[in-house]
Design a protein. Structure first.
Length: 430
């Protein structure tokens, strides 16, 4: 009985020590949209280089399928695959919602579309912290009863410098006292679409974004935020070269689109809902239509995409090979667009960057590539809060996390061990 009491006391103290010494930092999560992992090799990027030397980088991370802006950003924010959080495309159809509320586009803010996942700014608020978001898909919607403490309607015209000044004030100014901030930039995505990933314009935009990062780093230094704030810089997807003129798959060549489909999307993939009774016919026609397009029935979508178990994933999914575009007819060719994303997330061209720096991030470290869904539990760990159920793991990121609340990564373990030994000695003496 006495021994049991001692064991209980030891376990309690171990738990208490672990809790007291856990990380409780501020976190700033930044997305530079469409920043393909190898863009960094295209130009001189002294600020990214310094950021990496002071912190940790991965050559790339593995994002989610489909590799589109809204789904991938929501996977970063929630730690969930797209089939789990329900933002399965930038344009969607939900068969359970009444007309005309059954379609989603990038302006849709109704809660029911977003409630399938719990974004990090909501988890922070549920845990008693304050969160603020300078643009992120979902941040304009009340989700699971919460909004960020501060958020704005999306406005691309706001300068990047103003966004940075604002976010730094949130983290440093007592009047805001924000624990978690998210910050979004729509470049280099916009330039990648317009000119293609191998263009000089993208190379110049990478230099611009390096300067944006440099500006942020100087503002962080002036505000003395590096002692308190861990900063993550990542992106949603990469970019590949396309050419509508020579690499398009025109569905109207193989099927009467208007007569056979009630909902469909176009681009690197197509989500298709057919007219009742025509699913087999559409599947059969499209399955042998084009050597650069595969069509799947929902049940046969490959498991590795984690893109199946959601009612918004429609009965048929067509996926184009890299660089090919599914269109509805010649009027759909957009010859001014030279780059696209949305393809298979296993393609190297679809993978984004990852950098992290701060008081709890190892310096001068290169991490093995991990999954974008691991970022959500990583941020929860850095904030010292309990994550909602998610598809990520800390196993891949704990190699570069430092719990230096007492100056040592191994403090929690060693202190607990020491206390255990002490109690064993006391126990044996009596
Ligand atoms: Zn994007």
């Amino acid at each position: 009985m006495m021994a049991l009491k001692f064991i209980i006391i030891i376990i309690s103290i171990q738990c208490l020590v672990s809790y007291v010494s856990g990380i409780k930092s501020k976190v700033l999560l930044i997305s530079m949209d469409g920043f393909r992992w190898d863009y960094i090799q295209k130009a001189s990027t002294p600020n990214f280089d310094e950021f990496a030397a002071m912190g940790t980088k991965a050559d790339y991370i593995n994002n989610t399928f489909v590799t589109k802006t809204f789904p991938c950003h929501y996977s970063i924010a929630t730690g969930l695959y797209e089939e789990s959080h329900g933002i399965v495309a930038n344009q969607m159809f939900d068969p359970s919602y009444p007309i005309p509320n059954n379609t989603f586009n990038m302006k849709t803010k109704d809660t029911e579309w977003w409630d399938g996942g719990e974004p990090i700014w909501v988890t922070a608020r549920k845990n008693g912290l304050k969160s603020a978001v300078y643009f992120w898909p979902g941040s304009e919607t009340k989700i699971r009863g919460y909004r960020p403490n501060i958020w704005f309607p999306y406005d691309e015209s706001v300068s990047f410098e103003h966004r940075i000044n604002t976010v730094v004030s949130w983290l440093s100014d007592d009047q805001y006292d924000i624990d978690l901030a998210l910050l979004y930039f729509h470049e280099p995505d916009a330039t990648g679409h317009k000119f293609g990933p191998d263009s000089n314009e993208v190379k110049n935009k990478v230099v611009d974004m390096d300067n944006v990062l440099g500006y942020l780093m100087r503002k962080m230094t002036s505000a003395k935020l590096w002692q308190t704030t861990n900063v993550i810089v990542t992106s949603d997807h990469g970019m590949t070269e396309i050419d509508y003129a020579t690499r398009h798959i025109d569905l109207s060549n193989y099927i009467d689109i208007d007569q056979s489909m009630t909902y469909k999307t176009y681009g690197p993939f197509s989500n298709i809902l057919t007219v009742d009774g025509l699913e087999d016919e559409v599947f059969n026609n499209l399955s042998k239509a084009h050597e650069h397009m595969k069509i799947y029935r929902k049940a046969d979508i490959p498991d590795h995409w984690h893109y199946k178990n959601n009612r918004r994933i429609l009965p048929l999914l067509a996926v184009a090979d890299e660089g090919w575009t599914i269109v509805k007819g010649p009027e759909d060719y957009n010859l001014t667009v030279k780059g696209a994303h949305g393809y298979d997330n296993r393609l190297q061209s679809m993978k984004p960057i990852f950098y992290a720096r701060g008081p709890n991030i190892r310096s001068n470290t290169t991490a093995f590539p991990f999954n974008s869904v691991d970022i959500y539990p990583l941020i929860c760990e850095l904030l010292g809060i309990t994550p909602a159920p998610n598809n990520g793991t800390l196993d891949n990121t704990n190699t570069f996390i430092i719990d230096n609340s007492t100056g040592s990564a191994s403090y929690t373990w060693s202190c607990s061990t020491l206390l255990t030994i002490c109690f064993i000695i006391v126990f044996l003496h009596f």
